[in-house]
Design a protein around this ligand. Structure first.
Ligand code: HEC
Length: 148
């Protein structure tokens, strides 16, 4: 099944990326949002290493040739700056983590039952440490935009 939500977000993500690259990001409160609670980060790492690393890689590097399906199933994408996780706002990423992947025959399991909401939020906070500053700022901006 196609995922129209993800598609339209992609378009917006590109527009925001352009604005971001052209205009810079002066005065953004991203620095404040980047300051994370160490105990939440520790929970996130524990949850990630135990549940996600087998597919997405310990450092978020993903599986090899992740854009090419094998027997109709896509390998796990990277969560680091080379992937597209940072193109999506928090709301969408948390939904994927809770409900599972949107691709046909997706290998991405739903964690809505097996992880608590606090654990799902913590694992996302941990995933963000795989990104560079620009990716973090960009993603913080599209997350704010989604909340407006
Ligand atoms: C069995 C392999 C597997 C495991 C385990 C797994 N994933 Fe995934 N994940 C995938 C695949 C494959 C995708 C690609 C999307 C799809 O198929 O719909 C994906 C996609 C995602 C996405 C969307 C990425 C993007 O760039 O849009 C997020 C976020 C995500 N996974 C987070 C997690 C988290 C957090 C965990 C652990 C709690 C986890 N995944 C565990 C296979 C896995």
């Amino acid at each position: 099944m196609a995922n129209p939500i993800r598609h339209s977000t992609h378009k917006y993500a590109l527009i925001f990326l352009l604005l971001f690259l052209l205009g810079g990001c002066g005065g953004s409160p991203a620095a404040q949002e980047n300051s994370v609670d160490p105990s939440q980060l520790a929970t996130g790492k524990r949850v990630y290493d135990a549940n996600c690393a087998a597919c997405h890689g310990l450092g978020g590097e993903g599986q090899p040739n992740w854009k090419v399906p094998v027997n109709g199933v896509f390998p796990a994408p990277p969560h680091d700056s080379s992937g597209h996780t940072w193109h999506h706002p928090d709301q969408q990423l948390l939904e994927i983590i809770a409900k599972g992947g949107g691709m046909p025959n997706s290998a991405m399991p739903p964690y809505g039952e097996t992880l608590t909401e606090a654990e799902r939020e913590a694992v996302l906070v941990y995933i963000k440490t795989f990104w560079g500053v620009r990716e973090q700022e960009f993603q913080a901006q599209i997350t704010r935009q989604r909340n407006e």
